[in-house]
Ligand binder design. Structure first.
Ligand code: GDG
Length: 454
């Protein structure tokens, strides 16, 4: 069997396996990596210059190799091109996209530096699985240095149609870089179709069905939706409800319904629209005042990127407005926190919630939606309110689907969820639960690795 090499921008430190982590990728892969795997990427540390040698660590048979980023590389590659150009672009937010040519050069340079460090660790028959938008040029960089084995790429975030991608000055280079892989994976059929359209338009290569035909090679494009360890999450959620932490939460609710949202504090997640929607609920359906509280966990993220600082200020203001306007001396409608919560506690909070409010403006998949479903008690399940623009919506037609741009629709969905009869909640949840137990993290990994091995 060929060895699997995973490459991702961030590599979870071995000791933190299973601990709090507010990122979807690490959560999905950690349960899958088998002994013998090599996992390579950025350490998360910023130093004077990017390391030319990896730092090695071992944990449960997995070898972790990481490099630090130099301050200038961090600025251009990570803060710049990856998170100020690609992230907004691929979430359809052209108005937030910043592009500087030196950032793109930094992005290519870091990918080349990663290839330099990785190459000496590789064996000829390794299978390399590269993750996410930070590392699109890595295959081309490895090929240029002589690696001839299989390399696959999975994009965790959405892909966009040609009319959006064309706004990115190096659109053509990016598409060609994707064509240096053997397999390119996307979360949904929609992202896959958009990629094929873009390949047709920008790469200069022919597209044949789900394959791009480059000089002498074929790039296979697949849709492979990511999932969670549904059974495991369901178990920790059920166990967590017996803890003192969850009891304290219940005591503080005093019989009121809990609506919950949890994610990284990110403008793709639609938090201002959601706050606005919650305010509309309290305004238009005043009978719900005192009967429901929204717990918003918004784990701070990418704090060096300006747009994230602006979003945080906006949310602070909106949260203050809502609570100032609707609070009563013994009831606060919105509980807003920017710290992370431990995973087991989060699972317990999901389980006791009456509503899971997941309303991103765009999302590759959205694992919180899947976790919320897995956490529910099938006998008395909460209701998932889900954005139509999350990848998860393609699998979840039994959620209450909303257009997150319309606060009235969010308010009406919350009202419907709060009044929904038990039988309807059970029926919807049963269908969602089947979907979550069907498309798991293990299945996601197996489908990708099988395609890569083929
Ligand atoms: C990207 C794509 C795609 C969140 N807050 C806390 C916490 N979390 C955990 C959640 C979940 C994970 O982080 C977030 O995953 P998502 O999928 O929802 O979102 P992104 O981080 O944007 O992930 C996304 C994903 O990659 C995988 O492909 O689904 O579309 O954007 O597991 O539970 N965990 C803890 N405390 C928190 O406060 N412990």
């Amino acid at each position: 069997m060929a060895r699997l090499v995973i490459v991702s921008n961030r590599v979870p430190p071995p000791r933190a396996r299973g601990a709090a982590s507010a990122g979807g990728l690490a959560v999905a892969l950690q349960s899958f990596v088998a002994p013998g795997t090599l996992w390579f990427g950025w350490s998360g540390r910023v130093t004077e210059r990017t390391s030319s040698k990896p730092r090695m660590a071992e944990g449960q048979g997995v070898t972790y190799a990481t490099v630090d980023l130099g301050a200038e590389d961090y600025d251009r590659f990570y803060v710049g091109f990856a998170n100020s150009s690609l992230w907004p672009l691929l979430h359809f937010r052209l108005g937030l996209m910043r592009y500087r040519r030196e950032d793109f050069e930094g992005y290519l340079a870091v990918n080349a530096a990663f290839a330099e460090v990785l190459l000496p660790m590789l064996r000829e028959d390794d299978m390399i699985w590269v993750h996410d938008y930070h590392l699109i040029p890595l295959a081309a960089a490895l090929r240029a240095r002589g690696f001839t084995g299989r390399i696959g790429f999975f994009l965790h975030i959405p892909f966009v149609p040609p009319s959006v991608l064309e706004a990115l000055p190096p659109a053509r280079e990016l598409l060609q870089a994707l064509c240096a892989y053997d397999v390119v994976g996307f979360q949904t059929q929609t992202h896959l179709a958009d990629f094929l359209d873009c390949a047709h338009r920008f790469s200069g290569f022919a597209v044949d069905g789900d394959e791009v035909v480059t000089d002498g090679r074929r790039v296979r494009a697949i849709a492979d939706p990511i999932g969670i360890d549904a059974a495991g999450f369901s178990r920790i959620a059920a166990r967590s409800t017996g803890t003192a932490y969850i009891q304290r939460m219940k005591d503080s609710l005093a019989g009121r319904a809990l609506a919950i949202s949890a994610e990284r504090l990110d403008y793709s997640k639609g938090l201002p629209n959601r706050f606005e929607g919650f305010a509309r609920l309290l305004d238009r359906f005043p009978q719900q005042q005192r009967r429901v509280s929204l717990l918003q966990i918004a784990a701070r993220s990418r704090e060096d990127v300006e747009e994230y600082q602006a979003l945080r200020r906006e949310l602070d203001r909106l949260a203050g407005d809502i609570n100032g306007r609707f609070s009563q001396f013994d009831w606060v409608p919105l509980r807003y926190m920017t710290q992370t919560v431990e995973r087991t506690k989060l699972a317990g909070l999901f389980r006791i919630a009456r509503i899971g409010l997941v309303t991103p403006l765009r999302d590759g998949m959205n694992l919180v939606a899947k976790e919320f479903v897995a956490a529910q008690d099938p006998a008395d399940p909460g209701v998932l309110i889900l954005s139509r623009f999350a990848g998860a919506a393609e699998e979840f037609d039994q959620a209450v689907l909303v257009n997150p741009y319309d606060p009235d629709e969010i308010a009406e969905a919350m009202q419907a969820a709060l009044e929904m009869p038990l039988e309807e909640r059970q029926a919807r949840h049963a269908a969602l639960r089947r979907a979550v137990f069907d498309v798991t993290a293990a299945r996601y990994c197996n489908v990708f690795v099988d395609a890569l091995a083929a």
